[in-house]
Design a protein around this ligand. Structure first.
Ligand code: FAD
Length: 320
């Protein structure tokens, strides 16, 4: 089935989990064990990422098939379109179609590791808009299409010291609208830690006529170094209070995780209070932070969470 956001269902709050393909066979099996436990909490869908340029193509296709047909969760596969010939893109789409998967996150992709720029292969695509147009032209309405949105504008828009200008931000929104007008059904956002920026982005999208669901992408802070790497790479603004809270505990992994759950919970509470009813969790293939946030929000039942998870022990609970 095609995935739906809670806003389209007029129903209860929905949530989803994102995973990436592990590097080893053992990692893949661990991921499926974890996914089984997490799917018991009824996410509306789960998604698996695609290595830019098709670097994880076979593994992503295999994991997507297993998710849909063995874990039995509605699955969305990410698909990037640069550095890849169109035949490879069609092969991926045909393969998931034959696995019964109806959901694609259509992306441009970042340049392959070690390269600054991506290469548009001859006859290939240059941006996600091209991919959305291609999927609709070739596969009609078979696929539900999701696209990426950037509450702080895409980092490509950042020009030196000046950062993102109001004009660049507006151009980014106009481009996002083109992706939606070309056939995208849902937007999932890049990670952010300043909830006000996300809420403003939603308003700005509505103002230029983007009416589809806009789902916040929430990345719980699991680890201090990982958090700095991710926010540095994505040029994410870190609110001063987050820096202030992390600084004294940065070497204590359990305390960082507990703070990550606390922060994620507060962010989601505020988002839900503004009438948004669908949450997307970047799990980074870990379960405790994502489940901890959902439990705090009352969206999953505590009794269904494995007692072995360390953060359930009261000593690790973050208190303010
Ligand atoms: P696009 O939508 O094509 O464009 C990116 C930006 O470039 C736009 O925001 C716009 O500012 C500008 N731009 C491009 N074309 C035009 C145009 N014609 N006119 C004007 N402006 C234009 N990467 C992976 O490799 N694998 C993944 O699985 C993956 N999953 C992701 C999931 C989510 C939810 C998000 C937010 C990102 C993900 N990424 C993934 C990262 C993504 O590939 C990068 O952010 C990439 O740099 C941009 O991809 P995009 O689809 O947003 O690009």
């Amino acid at each position: 089935e095609k995935i739906r956001a809670a806003e389209q269902e007029n129903g209860k709050t929905l949530f989803s989990f994102e995973y990436f393909p592990p590097k080893t066979a053992e990692g893949v099996e661990n991921l499926f064990e974890r996914m089984d436990r997490m799917v018991a909490h009824n996410p509306s869908f789960c998604d698996i990422t695609w290595g830019a340029g098709g670097s994880t193509a076979d593994l992503t296709l295999d994991i997507a098939n297993r998710m849909q047909n063995m874990v039995c969760v509605e699955t969305m596969m990410h698909l990037t379109c640069t550095n890849m010939p169109v035949e490879k893109i069609d092969h991926a789409l045909d393969t998931i179609k034959s696995s019964g998967i109806q959901n694609v996150l259509a992306l441009r992709g970042d340049p392959p590791h070690g390269q600054d720029k991506f290469v548009q292969v001859s006859g290939g695509f240059g941006c996600a808009l091209d991919l959305v147009q291609h999927i609709r032209a070739k596969y009609g309405d078979y696929f539900g299409i999701t696209v990426a949105g950037y509450p702080e504008a895409h980092p490509d828009m950042i020009k030196g010291e000046q950062g993102v200008t109001a004009e660049d931000y507006q151009n980014d929104l106009v481009y996002l609208k083109k992706k939606v007008d070309a056939g995208a059904d849902i937007i999932i956002t890049q990670l952010f830690y300043d909830t006000d920026i996300f809420l403003k982005f939603v308003n700005d999208c509505r103002e230029i006529g983007i009416s589809c669901p806009i789902v916040p992408g929430i990345m719980p802070i699991n680890n201090y170094k990982g958090f700095l790497r991710m926010t540095g790479f994505c040029k994410t603004k870190i609110p001063p209070e987050v820096t202030a809270a992390l600084e004294p505990i940065k070497d204590n992994e359990e305390a960082v995780k507990a703070y990550g759950i606390h922060l994620g919970t507060e962010m989601c509470k505020k988002i839900l209070a503004h009438g948004i009813k669908t949450l997307h969790l970047y799990t980074l293939n870990m379960e405790k932070s994502a489940l901890g946030i959902l439990m705090n929000l009352g969206l999953i039942e505590e009794s269904k969470i494995s007692r072995s998870l360390p953060w359930r022990r009261p000593t690790n609970v973050f208190r303010v």
